[in-house]
Ligand binder design. Structure first.
Ligand code: GTR
Length: 417
């Protein structure tokens, strides 16, 4: 995938960004029932059985093939990146967090009605690495700052409307100030700005890309996870132009369904330097062929909109998938990827995720870097973060805690110098 970027300062302080992205053309992959049944997938074996022996062959043949396979059978193909992405600052507080950082809300747009509000805190001083990702409930829930705009569309709370009283309710989940103190900028955006998290193809971003007469994405077109990940790339379009940010050190973070999205975003956007996929489980970091926790059938039944309409054909036939989730991590190689988990969160299959990291390692070693360093999962509470593929299993439940953030930033410190 090739992309080029440029930005221009416009009168009035808004910024016009241009990004273009050449995607490869779709191939004729067989229908799921004609794919061979396989217990495991070797990331270094092409679909036609050829062995990948060199980094060049990985980069020019197998990696693009895997990206297309995931698009075709699971996440769906997304539109070409738009040109003319614009950024407009909605408010600036140069004395946020007791004067340690500047807090801004920035509206990102590209000529369709869907727009993204990015809440961005940047520490004072030099250009900072940035951790950014989707939030579940709206930017206003991340900090109790009255100037942060409430989402105007669907939200998951009772009544499906964003509420004033929810300002700052997810403060602890984001631990923003701790990141600022460690020299990191933090950016977050509401997932529903891109696509509300419900099975409705008439809302969110999808309708703006329909062909005449189309009412839902085609069987190989983008589901909601791919749409969210594509939206994260629009945030990257902006971040790489922000003078307060070190564009070479962008880390994408996401929890659970947003963690699945973070991994997809990293796989399809090489400008992202590091991936933090937290407790993302089935459809993200856990094996689709796994037998612990959430299965492909269960996830497709509960969240049909997350994937394309082809993935459902693999319900109870995951042995026919021409990839497993280690291949998504392999696409990210040689960039660092952390899979993080909680011991009680067996729904997300922490042990299976460790196996996925192990299985992704050959792609990393082919490219001349380390993958996962351990043969067995480390004990709960003992982070494995000194190799490009990292693993963290915390005692406790499905959530994001300050302790998790400490490990995320330790991983960033080591792997994104
Ligand atoms: C669960 C779902 C998981 C996970 C989680 C979340 O209900 O089964 O795949 O993504 O939601 O996003 O919190």
């Amino acid at each position: 995938m090739k992309h080029s970027l440029a930005f221009l300062l416009l009168a009035g302080g808004s910024t016009l960004l241009t990004a273009s992205c050449a995607t490869s053309s779709a191939r004729n992959f067989p229908p799921p029932d004609q794919l061979p049944s396989r217990a495991t997938i070797d990331p270094l074996e092409m679909l036609d059985g050829r062995r990948v022996r060199t980094p060049e062959q990985w980069m020019s043949e197998r990696r693009p093939e895997l990206k297309e396979l995931f698009e075709h059978y699971m996440y769906g193909k997304a539109p070409v990146w738009p040109a003319g992405v614009k950024a407009e600052t909605l408010f600036t507080d140069p004395k946020a967090f007791g004067g340690k950082a500047t807090l801004r809300e920035i509206k990102i747009s590209w000529g369709i009605p869907t727009t993204i509000n990015l809440l961005l805190a940047t520490p004072h001083g030099k250009r900072s690495p940035c951790v950014f990702g989707l939030n579940f409930n709206g930017n206003h829930t991340v900090l109790p700052e009255p100037r942060i705009q409430l989402p105007t569309g669907w939200t998951r709370n009772k009544g499906n409307k964003a509420l004033e009283e929810d300002r700052g309710k997810d403060l602890a989940t984001w631990s923003m100030e701790a990141s600022i103190d460690r020299g990191y900028a933090v950016g977050t955006l509401y997932m529903g700005d891109i696509d509300p998290d419900r099975h409705d193809w008439s809302d969110g971003i999808h309708p703006h890309y329909y062909k005449p007469g189309q009412t839902q994405p085609g069987p190989h077109e983008w589901g909601t996870i791919r749409a969210w990940a594509w939206g994260l790339s629009r945030v990257v379009d902006y971040l790489v132009t922000d003078p307060a940010i070190d564009a070479r050190r962008l880390a994408v973070f996401g929890h659970s369904r947003n963690g699945k999205t973070a991994l997809v975003a990293g796989a399809y956007d090489d400008r992202i330097a590091l991936i933090l996929s937290h407790q993302s489980g089935c459809g993200g970091t856990a094996p689709s062929r796994g037998t612990v926790g959430e299965s492909v059938t269960k996830i497709n039944n509960a969240f049909p909109h997350w994937f394309n309409d082809t993935f459902v054909l693999f319900n109870d036939k995951t042995d026919r998938l021409p990839f497993d989730q280690h291949c998504l991590a392999a696409i990210c190689a040689p960039r660092p990827v952390l899979f993080s988990n909680a011991q009680d969160d067996q729904w997300a299959n922490p042990a299976g995720q460790f196996e996925m990291l192990k299985a992704a390692t050959p792609a990393y070693t082919l490219l001349g870097v380390d993958g996962l360093k351990a043969e067995k999962p480390p004990a709960p509470g003992d982070p494995l973060i000194d190799s490009r593929l990292g693993y963290w299993l915390r005692p406790g439940k499905h959530s994001t805690t300050p302790e998790d953030w400490k490990i995320f930033l330790d991983f960033c410190d080591i792997q994104m110098k």
